[in-house]
Design a protein around this ligand. Structure first.
Ligand code: C2E
Ligand code: CA
Ligand code: CA
Length: 577
């Protein structure tokens, strides 16, 4: 027994030894491959050095920050000792040389160095050595991080902040050797929702990851700054539009490769705005404003792309400002210019009216009727949706309250945006309005649109549960449009699915759409979820739809959204019969 145990140990030992040698050899061979990965996944600066040849590899960004001659440096100590603060020099020397000589295997020190602008920055430096088979120091691996002991470095991303960006840009504005000066601002798509749906800490981790990836993808001579919130900035010197686009696409492709946070795959996309002008024809304030407008335009028109400043961007911004102004005016004037239209929903079997969906309308003093697809995002981004959403609920239930005496089963659907639901006051306020108007909750449905950012299904689940606990049904709107429709369905119990009207549009030509609807109906039946099909416009479509066994239909064929008066005229009498 004993012998067996001993021999086992031997085998294991030699295995371990062999493995370590192999790993070391492998590490040496694959150094060029491993280093960039380490750089990407680590928020510290990783430095790897061969102690025997005293050749060290530094991350791209460090030479830019502290003025090292290049990424690969021989005998870096001769350079470091010039930039380390005199008060920290002996500590630095002892710790570094001790490690290189193999007096100890690990160090952890904090010291100040001068950056390229002559400013002192605090570094935290953790180093560890790997010894060769003779026990001599072979490789030195260090992680260096910038400590937030100075105000011009952002604590989360360790990037220079807005003030530095401004200062550096202004310096370049004075530099007569530069012809064209450009600015690019990169923003995280839906960052607000990422923060709201996960947590601030999660949002910070996303920013850190992005800072690393963007920095890694940028050309050597371009610095990255963290501006405010989720915005990162770069300054482009004598750069063309094509070059700027290339830089952006490069970041995007790197981002696609690495999107893992704590083993969890995430899907973050970025938008960018860019403006390039002749250096002597622009001020900082102007170019910053134009870049931000371009970024906003990118986000507004589909996100995940770069937009260059143009007349179109400017005109759009002016319209945006004006619409915001008029929206605010309307709200302050007791919701003047807002109106709610109601669109009938019918039973697919009997074609009888079963309910209405409330759809908001707004007539702008200047631009006339503006589509909700345009003004609702404005209400959402300013938070005005909270107050308007409450008004929609109150108006709608007041309008339909009396209808219930004649038709007690009528279901009234109201759209609520995710921004509203994220507001903690929303559900209690809804409850109060419903109670004050004595509207039976069983006649109410809240339509929730799957937002591309609702990845934290847990949050959605909790919100839905609170609503359902009040006795109100939930419909999942625009089903099939977002990529996580099924993911939500799996986790959150909804009472109804509203299949997006794009599936009806091509129903007659596209057999996939028919199969998709059939599939949804089948699943829904098993879980007792009702299915409403939106967008039926023509008789031929209705004929196909009827064979698909959906529960309800809503579409122009049975009625467009109409004003209160028209709704009464067309439907109230029918009900009263
Ligand atoms: P939605 O909730 O998917 O509403 C259905 C939209 O499809 C409505 O557009 C409606 O007019 C349109 N529609 C219905 N049947 C047909 C059809 O047969 N053919 C065609 N071509 N269209 C049809 P609308 O009224 O322009 O609303 C657009 C979106 O604005 C709504 O999409 C909803 O997401 C949002 N919205 C409207 N009112 C409110 C509201 O009070 N609050 C919130 N948060 N969002 C709202
Ligand atoms: Ca809806
Ligand atoms: Ca819909």
């Amino acid at each position: 027994m004993i012998e067996k145990a001993n021999s086992n140990i031997k085998v294991n030992d030699s295995l371990v030894l062999k493995k370590r040698d192999e790993i070391m050899e492998l590490a040496g061979k694959n150094f060029e491959k491993i280093y960039p990965i380490l750089e990407k996944i680590n928020e510290d600066f990783i430095v790897i050095g061969d102690i025997k040849t005293m050749t060290f590899k530094f991350p791209k960004i460090l030479p830019k920050k502290i003025g090292l001659p290049s990424e690969i440096v021989e005998n870096p100590y001769t350079y470091w000792k010039k930039i380390v603060h005199e008060k920290d020099l002996s500590k630095f020397k002892e710790a570094t040389l001790g490690l290189i000589k193999g007096e100890y295997d690990y160090n952890d020190i904090e010291y100040r160095v001068k950056d390229i602008r002559g400013k002192n920055i605090w570094l935290k430096h953790k180093g560890s050595i790997i010894r060769d088979e003779n026990g001599d120091p072979w490789l030195l691996i260090s992680a260096i991080s910038i400590l937030g002991k100075q105000t011009n470095i952002d604590n989360i991303t360790k990037l220079m902040k807005f003030t530095e960006f401004f200062q550096h840009f202004c310096e370049k504005l004075k530099n007569t050797r530069i012809n064209n000066l450009g600015m690019m601002i990169i923003g995280v798509d839906n960052f607000k929702e990422i923060n709201q749906l996960h947590s601030r800490q999660y949002g910070d981790r996303v920013l850190k990851m992005l800072a690393n990836i963007i920095q890694y993808s940028l050309p050597e001579d371009i610095c990255l700054y963290r501006l405010d919130g989720d915005n990162f900035g770069i300054i482009l010197e004598d750069s063309s539009k094509e070059r700027a686009e290339e830089i952006y696409l490069n970041i995007k492709s790197e981002l696609k490769k690495v999107q893992i946070l704590k083993d969890e795959k995430i899907n973050v996309t970025i938008s960018a705005g860019c403006a390039i002008f002749s250096r002597d024809k622009i001020t900082y304030q102007e170019i910053y404003k134009f870049t931000i407008y371009s970024l906003m335009y990118s986000k507004k028109t589909g996100k995940n792309k770069i937009v260059f400043f143009s007349n179109e961007v400017m005109e759009n911004k002016i319209r945006h400002f004006e619409i915001l102004y008029y929206l605010k005016q309307s709200i302050e004037n007791n919701f003047k210019d807002f109106e709610i239209y109601y669109q009938p929903q019918v039973s697919a079997q009997t074609e009888e009216l079963i309910g209405f969906e409330a759809l908001l309308r707004w007539r702008c003093e200047k631009f006339g009727s503006v589509s909700p697809n345009e003004f609702i995002p404005f209400l959402e981004e300013t938070g005005m949706i909270n107050i308007v959403g409450k008004w929609v609920l109150e108006e709608t239930i007041k309008f339909f309250k009396d209808w219930l005496k004649i038709y007690p089963k009528l279901k009234i659907s109201i759209n609520v945006s995710c921004i509203q639901l994220m507001n903690k006051k929303c559900i209690p306020e809804f409850k109060k309005i419903i109670e004050e108007n004595s509207f039976p909750v069983k006649n109410l449905i809240l339509e929730i649109t799957e937002s591309s950012t609702i990845k934290n299904v847990k949050t959605l689940k909790e919100i839905c549960k609170k609503i359902q606990d009040l006795g109100i049904d939930i419909a999942l709107d625009d089903f099939g449009m977002g990529y996580s429709s099924f993911g939500i369905l799996k986790e959150v119990h909804v009472d109804m699915i509203k299949i997006d009207r794009s599936f009806v549009k091509d129903l007659l030509e596209n057999p996939f759409d028919v199969t998709f609807i059939k599939f949804i109906v089948e699943i829904s039946k098993q879980y007792n979820i009702k299915v409403c099909l939106e967008g039926v416009e023509r008789k031929e479509e209705l004929e196909v739809v009827k064979s698909l066994d959906v529960d309800y239909i809503q579409g122009y064929y049975f009625g467009k959204p109409e004003s209160k008066d028209e709704t009464i005229r067309k439907h109230y009498k029918n009900l009263a019969k």
